[in-house]
Design a protein around this ligand. Sequence first.
Ligand code: MLT
Length: 263
Amino acid sequence: MISVRGAVMAVAEDGSGPPILFIHGFPFDRTMWQNQVESLPGWRRLAPDLRGFGLSDPVAVPQDQTIAGYADDLAALLAELGIGQAIVCGLSMGGYVAFELWRRHQALCRALILSNTRAEPDTPEATEQRDAMMDAIRTRGAQAVIDSMLDRVLAPRSRETRPDIVSHVRSMMARTPPTGMIAALAAMRGRADSTDLLGKIAVPTLIVAGSDDALIPVGLHQSLASRIPGARLEVITGAGHLAPLEQPDTFNRVAGDFLNSIG
Ligand code: MLT
């Protein structure tokens, strides 16, 4: 548990070597990275719960939360740990946070791994869906999110053959405090367009997509990779929106190859 910017953050940590910072998506927590935290020898693996998620402190004013605020928390966390540079690995909303880390704290980012994410901001339709989801959470709590997202975040193969993963994802959603969910929805709804950053990303970058990601299709990852100089794209067959959790061996192999290539 580490105190940053007025909040206590929970961080899973294992290994030693150059640091990797894993940033979870919505509405998950540090445990979505458990296979990565337990693997990838030779690297110091850090997976925090963002403010409002998991065991970290709640968000004080949910409507005011921003993606930049999450990024500033993580920059402060790295400073608190005495880390000057890390490989930044974000999934989906964690990818939105990774873009803000690049925008606001570029010197901290040694390389980027962007999994199941996009650089574009919300469309007007997505904004309306965020508002509807916030209303549904206010009346029905986390169950509203489970009903709407659980089936869509996992590939058919994971849903049909991996009850343990289904149950893990359901538990993460069920234990996320509603205020943390509303804060994250407000943050994602108002997030900046990061497409203007892409051509200027000057560190090694790996993009990871799931062939069966129903939320962010492979095509968007191809377009993301094509706009970042020198970026590598890996598409994980049979994975959905949670590629590192659904196909950990393949994810760790492609991430490990990428990490080895940058030393
Ligand atoms: C996530 O997995 O973090 C969310 O699905 C991202 C989003 O809703 O834009």
